[in-house]
Design a protein around this ligand. Structure first.
Ligand code: SF4
Ligand code: SF3
Length: 544
């Protein structure tokens, strides 16, 4: 097998250009190849479903779910299991071939819709359909920007779908947009429009997930979460899937095994529905990239429901489990379809014979400032702004990562003027959520809305403030955006914010490698997108 790859979809891409030998994330070329092929055949299937809809036929939810799951599999740090990805390619081809037979007008379909092959042909095909197969760098840049946004949208849609909430208009758009990234007749202007339209569906996707989460689990409320450990053995659950957490909490009840959250699962503690479980013990550890040390010292099984997986050390690999779109070769995977009950008994049995977690820290952190909770506190917040006690808010949502340059966000938070409040969501918060930044008249200076998809809450809060202050433009609010990105969910959050009219977003620690100079210029000129500078310069820029 040829030892080559090209991937530049995340912030940590090698040299800020592209991973070509092996992924900085640990993704090997043979896995990267199958992910490229999975994206390609998923686009082919989407061209077929889009054509079927145009011909007045319906597409089943199972097909929609296959497409969103496939895209989720290819998100950074979600799935490293080549065999599982090959299975997904085969399944997609078989579904696509069956649907293709129903299409009347097959002639206008792209090559990806017609292509089919045996497993023995997959590597050769994968080598021909990767990112670099689009030669024009601006078209390539826009196609990838859209594709990455759609991957993020697919992830959020999937989380809503497992809670049995579907929105056909989102699937319809997602598939038609995937198909358009194969269309050689579309130029830069059309693809720029499609990028912005993707942002609109990003808002819809996050709204759907917000509705699914809050209808099922209640509205997040201010909650103090324990950081220490108890004496029982535990299971650590990571990733973003609340339905998996719910099933795990149900099945661990009365077993003597505690459940702890990790990384993006922390905000689960804010939901009323999970508070009734006495064995829901707290949050263990920090953002994803510290997992090698923290999973080691956790001592018990770890369940990854989504990204971000770091290739595990042998010492704890037999304790690392995956489910849903996540996967790692050699780690056990728990199956379970939409609406089905997953069986976590094997994980629970493993936990029972493990020592309890080793304590990393003690104390608590507070979060739960999603839209409903903040609206309940609106009078207090508005008064604080009117009196000048709060001068400005800064949205610091997004992702965390391992690069040293991300210390910028800790320093930035530490040095913020004391009358500035941070609005956050996503694992970016771990750069400052354990600092003692105090409060302003009882309002904490770090308001954590939840997971990265809960950036939607931050947008609702901003829109509410705009209404309360009688402003015409969201950009007139005392609000700055200093967002950290890593993987593709942050791309859909960014596009959603652009759709809502937010300007002058600062994005760091580096701008995406997949933005060609011309595409970057479009974003700079139309939306004032900028990178980050030094902490001192940026503090001056944002707060004078
Ligand atoms: Fe490199 Fe990021 Fe792609 Fe991994 S996901 S191969 S680190 S660009
Ligand atoms: Fe983090 Fe992976 Fe993006 Fe949901 S867990 S924010 S990086």
């Amino acid at each position: 097998m040829e030892n080559k790859m090209f991937c530049y979809q995340c912030q940590e891409t090698a040299g800020c250009v592209g991973c070509t030998v092996s992924g900085v994330c640990g993704k090997k070329p043979e896995v990267a190849a199958m992910q490229d092929l999975l994206v390609y055949v998923t686009k082919g299937l989407s061209a077929v479903t889009t054509k079927l809809r145009a011909e007045g036929k319906t597409v089943s939810p199972d097909v929609n779910h296959l497409i969103t799951t496939n895209l989720f599999i290819t998100i950074t740090n979600a799935n490293f299991d080549r065999d599982a990805i090959i299975d997904a390619v085969e399944k997609t081809l078989s579904v696509k071939n069956a649907l293709l037979a129903e299409v009347n007008d097959k002639f206008s379909l792209p090559e990806a819709a017609a292509w089919s092959g045996a497993v023995s042909e997959f590597d050769e095909k994968a080598a021909a359909v990767g990112v670099l197969s689009t030669e024009n760098e601006d078209i390539r840049s826009l196609r990838e920007l859209i594709t990455y946004g759609l991957k993020g949208l697919a992830a959020y849609t999937k989380h809503a779908n497992v809670l049995l909430q579907d929105d056909e208009s989102i699937d319809d758009f997602l598939q038609s947009a995937l198909a358009k990234t194969l269309d050689d007749t579309l130029g830069v202007d059309e693809l720029v429009s499609l990028t912005l339209e993707t942002g609109k569906y990003g808002v819809d996707g996050m709204a759907l997930l917000d509705k699914a989460n809050t209808e099922k689990y209640g509205n997040p409320e201010v909650t103090s979460v324990d950081l220490g450990v108890r004496e029982n053995p535990g299971i650590l659950i990571s990733g973003h899937d609340l339905r998996d957490l719910e099933m795990l909490l149900e099945q661990t009840e009365g077993t003597g095994v505690d459940v702890y959250t990790h990384c993006e699962m922390l905000p689960a503690h804010y939901y009323p529905a999970f508070k009734k479980y006495p064995h829901f013990a707290g949050n263990y550890g920090n953002a994803w990239w510290k997992q090698k040390e923290e999973f080691e010292s956790f001592n018990g099984p770890v369940l990854m429901t989504t990204n971000c997986i770091v290739p595990p050390a042998e010492s704890y690999k037999n304790r690392l489990w995956t489910t849903g779109a996540a996967g790692f070769p050699g780690c056990k995977h728990i199956e379970g379809g939409y609406g089905e009950k997953k069986d976590f008994s094997a994980i629970i049995e493993q936990a029972k014979v493990c020592p309890p977690p080793t304590e990393l820290e003690t104390g608590t952190i507070t979060g739960g400032f999603a839209h409903n909770q903040v609206f309940a506190l609106a009078d207090k917040v508005v008064d604080a702004v009117k009196s000048g006690a709060i001068r400005k808010f800064v949205v610091m949502a997004g992702c965390d990562g391992r690069q040293k340059s991300r210390d910028y966000y800790t320093e930035f938070a530490k040095k913020l003027p004391e009358d500035v409040v941070i609005l956050t969501a996503g694992c970016a918060k771990y750069k400052y959520n354990k600092l003692d930044l105090g409060d302003i008249g009882g309002i904490p200076r770090v308001l954590d809305a939840g997971q990265c998809n809960d950036s939607y809450s931050l947008a609702l809060i901003a829109l509410k403030l705009k209404e309360v202050f009688g402003l015409d433009d969201i950009n007139d609010l005392p609000l700055a955006f200093n967002i950290a990105w890593y993987e593709q969910k942050a791309v859909i959050v960014l596009l959603a914010l652009l759709h809502l009219g937010v300007k002058n977003i600062h994005l760091g620690p580096t701008l995406p490698a997949f933005l060609s100079p011309n595409v970057a210029n479009v974003l700079v000129e139309n939306f004032g997108i900028a990178g980050i500078g030094t902490v001192e310069d940026d503090l001056k820029l944002f707060f004078g």
